[in-house]
Write a protein that binds this ligand. Structure first.
Ligand code: ASP
Length: 335
C-alpha cells in the first residue's frame, strides 16, 4: 500500500525512466515528469490533439468516459487522417468501413464494427453500450442503429482516399505491413497511421478507454480487426488498469492482447512490462510474421503509471496530465 506521498514519488520515478528512454523527443526528456491523475494517454502522434480535447473534460473533474469519447472524436473528424474516422482509407472494394469500441469503469462496453457512412463510430459504440442490451453491432445493423439515433449518413470516401484507392487498385497487392516505414514518423509529419486507442483516469480515479480506426487500408470487405473487439483492441478493469493496441489486428486478436496486458498488470507487472510480455507472445507464436509487422500496446495502471511496447521501432504515444503534454517513444523494441 502506498500513501499519497509515496505514490507521487514512485510515479515520478517511473515516469523519469520512461522520459529518459525517449530522448528522441526532446520535450519528453526535458519535462519534469509526474504521472499524476487525472491523466490521459493515447496512441501515436495524433494522440496529442486528442488528449488535449480529453483533458478539457478531465481538468473540470469530468468523467473519464466522457473524456475518451470527446478525445478520440478529434482524429475521427480530421480530414488529413486516413487511418481513423471519416477520412479513413476504404477497403479494397472502395467502402469506408469503421471500427470502434468504448469501455467504462463499471465494465460496461459498446462496440461497432464495419460500420459505413457514419463519421463518428466511437459515439455510436457508446450508444450501443448505453441504449441497447448488446455489446456489439456490425455492418448494416450498426449503420441503421446510428441513423435511428440521429447520426447523419454521409459518403465518407474523400477525393483523396478515392485517389489512393485507385492507385492501390493498379497492383491490388494486399500487404499489411504497418508502421515500420515509420522513419518519417515525427511531430510535424503526422497522420501516417493508425488506430487511436485512448485510456484516461479521472479525478475520482475511475478508468475508461476508447479505440477507433478505419482498420487496415484496402482490407477485404467485411474484415474486422482488433480495434472494436473488447479484450483485443481495448480492455479496462477499474481495479487494475486499462490497455489498448495498434498495428496488425489479426495478431492482437489471436492473443487477446489488451485483456492479456491488464491481467499481467493484475499479477504485478508494470504497464511497460505487461505490454512487452504481450508483444513477446506474438513474436514467440509467429516469429517470421512478427519480423515484418508492427503491433504496439499501451497501458495504464490504477496508480496512473503508464507504459508501452511495440514489436518494431517507431511506435509513439501521447500523455497529458496537469504537468505536461508529451509525445513519448517506448524506449525499446524487439527489432
Ligand atoms: N489495429 C488496426 C486494425 O488491425 C489497425 C492499426 O492499428 O493500424 O484494424
Amino acid at each position: 500500500m502506498y500513501n499519497r506521498r509515496k505514490f507521487i514519488k514512485m510515479s515520478a520515478a517511473g515516469a523519469s525512466l520512461a522520459a529518459l528512454s525517449t530522448s528522441k523527443i526532446a520535450r519528453a526528456a526535458t519535462m519534469a515528469p509526474f504521472a499524476g491523475v487525472p491523466v490521459v494517454i493515447s496512441t501515436w502522434d495524433f494522440g496529442i490533439v486528442a488528449n488535449k480535447e480529453a483533458w478539457k473534460t478531465l481538468e473540470k473533474g469530468g468523467r473519464a468516459l466522457d473524456a475518451v469519447e470527446a478525445g478520440v472524436r478529434i482524429p475521427e473528424a480530421d480530414m488529413n487522417n486516413h487511418t481513423v474516422g471519416r477520412a479513413g482509407y476504404p477497403d479494397r472494394d472502395g467502402h469506408v468501413s469503421l471500427d470502434a469500441c468504448i469501455m467504462d469503469e463499471f465494465g460496461n462496453c459498446g462496440s461497432v464494427a464495419a460500420i459505413e457512412h457514419i463519421a463518428h463510430p466511437i459515439s455510436v459504440a457508446r450508444l450501443v453500450m448505453e441504449k441497447t442490451p448488446h455489446v456489439m453491432l456490425v455492418g448494416e445493423g450498426a449503420t441503421q442503429f446510428a441513423v435511428e439515433q440521429g447520426f447523419k449518413k454521409e459518403n465518407l470516401l474523400t477525393p483523396e482516399s478515392e485517389k489512393a484507392w485507385k492507385e492501390w487498385l493498379k497492383t491490388a497487392k494486399y500487404s499489411p505491413v504497418m508502421n515500420i516505414e515509420n522513419k518519417q514518423h515525427a511531430p510535424g509529419n503526422q497522420y501516417n497511421h493508425d488506430t487511436i486507442g485512448m485510456l484516461a483516469i479521472d479525478v475520482k480515479g475511475n478508468i475508461s478507454g476508447a479505440c477507433t480506426t478505419s482498420g487496415m487500408a484496402f482490407k477485404m470487405h467485411g474484415r474486422v480487426g482488433d480495434s472494436p473487439l473488447i479484450g483485443a483492441g481495448l480492455y479496462v478493469d477499474n481495479e487494475v488498469g486499462g490497455a489498448t493496441s495498434t498495428g496488425v489486428g489479426e495478431e492482437v486478436i489471436r492473443n487477446v492482447g489488451s485483456f492479456l496486458v491488464v491481467e499481467l498488470m493484475r499479477q504485478g507487472y508494470s504497464p511497460e512490462a505487461a505490454c512487452k510480455e504481450a508483444v513477446n507472445r506474438i513474436i514467440k507464436k509467429k516469429p517470421d510474421t512478427a519480423k515484418n509487422i508492427q503491433v504496439g500496446f499501451l497501458a495504464i495502471n490504477k496508480k496512473g503509471e503508464y507504459g508501452a511496447y511495440a514489436i518494431q521501432k517507431g511506435f509513439s504515444f501521447a500523455v497529458c496530465n496537469a504537468e505536461k503534454q508529451d509525445l513519448l517513444i517506448p524506449g525499446k523494441s524487439f527489432y
